[in-house]
Ligand binder design. Structure first.
Ligand SMILES: [Zn+2]
Ligand SMILES: [Zn+2]
Length: 268
């Protein structure tokens, strides 16, 4: 699988057009993007979108190619009127930043030694991002964009304290499972495999699943007092969302070992 750089220059393709595209993205639609003259792009290849020109420059989107390069009427109106065509790929963006916001990775940050390459200043779309750069770039990108690390309406509502305030139900989620630093330390030790079924998101979903996992807090909140200091390795365990939900099907939650036993019975 290769990674390609698609580009957008607001001087050439106006912001208003981008706004329309952005709306389509928020509706989950597939977008078609010019890939310059590059015909070798394959379905399943990854792309980054680089915003060029004046103002905020940098990477603003990532996604996966769903249709190999094809010709369609040119993206610039004047050229379209002359009957000219452009080469496009279809892209399912998994992240696209609206022009109003900052770029998740700025052009300046791409000057870091590990990302140095002449592709960042090339005008044409569809350049290959070398594999040795792409790998680190995905990690950096994932750390910058706000992916929903854990669904906030997830299973831990069951475990959390529910308060009623003026008839309105207020749900306090299990803060230990949301604590980013504790999460990081837990995952550094236990890695990204599910502690129950061994599921690994990147192995199943590619780059989209990279660094995705839920983190389960082993101690019931009711047993925790004010002096409690979390031990990220002992008290937290990475689990996939399915197993996480199953752990919380009982109250108090099942232990990892108990669920593993059940899992093993049905998955020999
Ligand atoms: Zn699992
Ligand atoms: Zn949990």
């Amino acid at each position: 699988m290769s990674t390609y750089l698609l580009t957008w220059n607001p001087r050439v393709w106006p912001k208003e057009q981008f706004e329309i595209y952005y709306q389509k993205y928020t509706q989950g639609k597939i977008l078609k993007w010019s890939c310059g003259t590059t015909k070798k792009i394959l379905v399943g290849d990854n792309i980054f979108l680089l915003k060029q020109g004046k103002g905020n420059k940098g990477l603003i989107g990532s996604g996966v190619v769903t249709a190999a390069p094809y010709y369609a009427p040119h993206y610039q109106e004047e050229k379209r009127k002359e009957g000219k065509k452009s080469l496009y790929v279809d892209v399912k963006f998994d992240y696209l930043s609206n022009n109003q916001f900052k770029t998740p990775i700025s052009r300046d940050e791409l000057n870091a030694p590990e990302f140095i390459s002449n592709i960042w200043d090339s005008q044409g779309s569809g350049k290959t991002i070398p594999a040795n750069i792409a790998d680190g770039l995905f990690d950096f990108w994932n750390s910058r964009i706000e992916r929903n690390e854990q669904d906030f309406s997830g299973p831990d509502e069951a475990e959390s304290s529910k308060l009623k305030e003026g008839g309105k139900k207020v749900i306090t989620v299990n803060a230990y499972e949301r604590n980013t630093k504790a999460r990081r330390l837990c995952i550094e030790h236990w890695k990204y495999n599910c502690g129950v079924c061994n599921f690994h998101f990147e192995k199943t979903y590619g780059q989209l699943g990279k660094n995705y996992i839920h983190v389960h807090h082993l101690k019931p909140l009711s047993e925790i007092n004010e002096e409690y200091d979390i031990d990220p390795v002992k008290d937290l365990r990475p689990v996939c969302p399915n197993c996480h939900a199953m752990l919380h099907r009982k109250q108090p939650a099942l232990s990892i070992e108990e669920l593993k036993e059940i899992y093993t019975i049905y998955n020999k």
